[in-house]
Every structure is written in C-alpha cells, then in structure tokens.
Ligand binder design. Structure first.
Ligand SMILES: Cc1cc2nc3c(=O)[nH]c(=O)nc-3n(C[C@H](O)[C@H](O)[C@H](O)COP(=O)(O)OP(=O)(O)OC[C@H]3O[C@@H](n4cnc5c(N)ncnc54)[C@H](O)[C@@H]3O)c2cc1C
Length: 472
C-alpha cells in the first residue's frame, strides 16, 4: 500500500500561490503530507547560460525559504532520481505542472512509464500557461498559425481562477545537492564561436523569487499598466512589466498577471495581448517542435548566411556590443550587464544580426539563450524567427529595421544609448544615433567605427531574399 507522502516535483513553477499542482499534491498526500523536490538536471543546465542559472538558484532559495527549509534538491537524471525517491518514500503519486516543451514531454513520459511499473501515479495538473498548449484550435480542429486568430479564441477561454496558497504539511527529506552547484554546472556546452565572450553570471537587476514577482506585478498593475501601450516601446523608460524572468521560472503564473491587469483600458488590453504572444509561441512549439531550431518558412530555408572567420568576428562584435551602431551596441550591452533586454531593442539587435550581418538567426538565438535570464525556448526561437521573417506569422523578410530610424523614434533623448554606451556620454542626438554619419567625424576615438555600411547590407539582404524566393 502507498501510504507515504505525495511528491510535488517543482520545475517551471517555483512558487506556492496560484498553484493547482500543489493543491493536488496536498490532496493526494493527505495526512502523510508532501515532499517538495527540485532536480538539478544536466540536460537542462549544460546548455543554460550562467546568468539564468544564477537567477534559478535564487528562485529556489526563495522557494525553500517559503517552505520553511523543506525543499529537497536532488541531482541527476530525473528518470532515475524521481522514481527512486517515490519508491523510497512509498509515495502514492508524483504531481507536476505539465511541461509542453519537447525535452520536458520526453522526460515526463519516461518518468511516468517507470513510476507506472510500481503503480505510482504521475499526475500532470495545470501548466505554465493560462491555456495549455494544444488547446486552442481552429473550427476545423487544426492548430492556429496566425497570432490574431489564436488570440481571439484564447481570450474566450478566460477568465481564469486564481488559487490561494494551500496549507501544506511539508515532510523532511535530505537534499543530495545545493543550489550553489547550479551556476557551476551551467553553460558547459557552449559553441566554439562563444570563445572569449562573457561567460559569467550577471548580478542583474531582478530580485529572484515569488515575493519579488508579486511586488513587480503590484507595481505594474496600477498606473504603469494604464500607460503600457504608450510607453512599452520607449526603451529608456521602465514602461513594461519586467515579469518575463518570473514567468520563465513560474515564480508567478500568467493567470495571476491576467487577473491583476484585467481592465478594459488600452494599456491593460495590450498587456494581455503580450501574454497571449507567449502562449501562442508555446502552442506553435508544441505543434511544431522543430520550430525551435529549424526555419519554418520553406521558401527561406535556402537563404544564404555568412559563415567563416569574418562572420565569427562580426558575430563577436555584435555579442560584445561593439558594432559601431549605437542602438545595437546599447541593447547588446544591456544584455551583458543585466541578463535582460528591452523587447524593442531585442527586435532591433536581432534584425541587425540577420539582415545587416547576414548571420543565421540560430547563432543569435543561442547567444540570447546564454545571456537572458528569461531565456525561454519558445519565446526566444520564435522571437528570432519573427524578426528574421522565417517563422509562422512572422514580420515579412523585407521589413528591415533601421537602427537609426528606430533610435530617432524610440530613444528620442538618446538616454538609453548613453546609459549603456558610455563612450558616447557626451554626444547628443542626432549624431548620437550614427556618430560621424559614416565619415568618422564627431566619433569619440574610444567608440568603434561601424563594422558594416547599413544601406549596402540592406540591399544585400534583399538580394539574398529574392534569390531564396527564386529557388523555392
Ligand atoms: C529576438 C527576441 C528574443 C526573445 N526572447 C525571449 C525569451 O527568451 N524569453 C521571453 O520571455 N521573451 C522573449 N522575447 C519576448 C520579449 O522581448 C520579452 O518577453 C519582453 O521583453 C519581456 O519584458 P517584460 O516582461 O517587461 O514584457 P512586457 O512588455 O511587460 O510583457 C508582459 C509579458 O508578455 C510576454 N511577452 C511580451 N512580449 C512578448 C513577445 N514578443 N513574445 C513572447 N512573449 C512576450 C512576456 O512573458 C512578458 O513578460 C524575445 C523577443 C525577441 C524579439
């Protein structure tokens, strides 16, 4: 008879509030209580960059504090350590928030099969999304490839009920590992082209954990949400919620955010639509797991990318924020300094790599995954494919962001550029947007000359686009 505690296996749900799986674990554990566990899994840590690993470690420490020190940390292959733990405890069930990513689904099926041999239940309750990937379908029952159609149907599935923190009787069990190992183990499988680039954990400006996530949400849900639509593209201003790292690790559930920002004003409506983008991309990944690594638009699969030593040199200049294009450099340096980048600058930096340097979007996506604390396979790969024009419902390839026009519009006073590109601290717009205007005049010596000529490379990108389209 399974009369032991239930196991709550935490993954991307590092919180106690609004947690349907935790409620289920409490129910199944009954008087025997609940063991809360997190597994340090090499398959996830090796490709993760150190900034995100450090944020994860902080979130686990915060979760452990809120569990009065009862979080159990194990290390190893989850298909071995979770069944071992469940057998050892005589647990009736292992409860999880469902994972819809390609690796997570494979891992969970493996764990479920092994637990099944001992008649231990594997319960998936809820997920990291307001609406589980795979739920929103067209009238004919097909996946939706266009965001607006997805969002219209997705909206009809709300409002969503937010659950309170349950009373949990946590059971003591010794940990086999510590959170300090996380940063050590992270980032061991870096590509050779990252040689010499930053490989550290970033202090960052995001306090980890559930309480910090709720503070951010409360701060945003008032006046900031009202002005969100007008301010969200102004990269120098704190006009967005800053919730992405917390949503990434489930320190907060999107349901909680949707409920807190529920108004009919245009700021709140736009914010909910951005949450819908996150859910849309998770849905696309669920239906098309290859979209994480493969160009989705068949006509662009033959697009010519640059490779070889000059491409690596250009890639490294971009990653270091030393391209000589101020807005691109400011975005890339924000990423290095904070482990986070403003959404509009992500688009501009991604567009520059793909369309001005002609480098494969996957190189850039991999670098973002190394440095972003909110790095998420679905949002990142599809954000890149959207900008590159290669994804489902993407911006057309021929829409090429001009980093100069974008700076004129969205960094009007130039304060974003000056904050990160300190060599340009005393340069004012309009020279700030393109120091020297290509001629080198008025460019402080410490700041690099532009590595490419924007107009010529734009023409080159369009020519390669026409070539790829001609071949398909
Ligand atoms: C090239 C590129 C790569 C990206 N990589 C990631 C990534 O790895 N992880 C990630 O969470 N987001 C990614 N994004 C999306 C977006 O840039 C971030 O979610 C956003 O900047 C986070 O800031 P915020 O929380 O203040 O957002 P807000 O503007 O406050 O939006 C609220 C939430 O909505 C979601 N959201 C907003 N915009 C998008 C979007 N375009 N796509 C998907 N979800 C969105 C996020 O969960 C965000 O926290 C990427 C975008 C691009 C263009």
């Amino acid at each position: 008879m399974s009369n032991g505690p239930a196991i709550m296996w935490f993954r991307r749900d590092l919180r106690l509030g609004d947690h349907p799986a935790l409620h289920e674990a409490v129910k199944l554990g009954g008087e025997a209580g609940v063991v809360g566990v997190f597994v340090l899994d090499d398959a996830l840590l090796a490709p993760s960059g150190k900034p995100r690993a450090q944020f994860l470690a902080g979130c686990l420490d915060a979760l452990n504090d809120s569990m009065d020190g009862h979080l159990v940390i194990l290390k190893g292959d989850p298909t071995i350590v979770i069944p071992d733990l469940a057998q050892g405890l005589n647990a009736p069930a292992v409860v999880v928030s469902a994972d819809f990513g390609p690796y997570g689904q494979r891992r969970d099926s493996g764990v479920e099969a092994i637990l099944g041999l001992d008649r231990i239940a594997f319960e998936r309750v809820g997920s990291s999304y307001a609406v589980d990937p795979g739920t929103v379908l067209s009238e004919k029952g097909a996946p939706l490839k266009v965001f607006t159609a997805f969002r219209r149907r997705w909206e009809l599935l709300g409002p969503h009920i937010v659950l309170p923190v349950p009373e949990v009787s946590w059971v003591d069990f010794p940990s086999m590992a510590t959170t300090s190992q996380i940063v050590e183990d992270a980032g061991r499988s870096r590509p050779a082209r990252f040689e010499g680039l930053a490989h550290d954990a970033t202090p960052g400006s995001f306090q980890p954990g559930e309480a910090a996530a709720l503070d951010r949400l409360n701060e945003f849900a008032g006046a900031k949400a009202l002005h969100y639509r007008a301010m969200r593209d102004m990269m120098a201003e704190p006009g967005t919620s800053g919730l992405s790292p917390y949503l990434r690790f489930g320190c907060i559930h999107p349901r909680t955010a949707l409920n807190a920002v529920a108004g009919d004003d245009e700021g709140s409506v736009t914010f909910r639509s951005e949450i819908a983008w996150r859910e849309f991309y998770a849905d696309v990944l669920f239906h098309e797991p290859r979209s994480a690594r493969e160009t989705l638009q068949p006509s662009l699969r033959s697009l010519r990318w640059d490779s070889g030593p000059i491409a690596v040199e250009h890639f490294q200049a971009w990653a270091r924020g030393e391209t000589g294009i101020p807005l691109v450099d400011a975005g890339m340096r924000q990423l290095l300094a904070e482990g986070w980048m403003h959404n509009r600058t992500r688009m501009i930096c991604a567009s520059f790599l793909v369309k001005h340097l002609h480098i494969d979007w996957r190189w850039g996506a991999r670098w973002f995954m190394d440095r972003l604390i909110d790095g998420d396979l679905a949002s990142n790969s599809h954000g890149w494919q959207w900008t590159a024009g290669t994804g489902t419902d993407a911006a057309p390839f021929h829409r090429i962001f001009s980093p100069i026009a974008q700076a004129e519009r969205f960094d009007v006073a130039g304060s974003y550029i000056r904050r990160y590109v300190t060599e340009l601290a005393s340069v004012e717009p309009p020279q700030l947007y393109q120091p020297g205007g290509g001629s080198g005049l008025l460019r402080p010596e410490a700041y690099p000359e532009a590595i490419v000529e924007l107009k010529a490379e734009r023409e080159e990108a369009l020519a390669r686009f026409a070539e790829a389209r001609g071949k398909s």
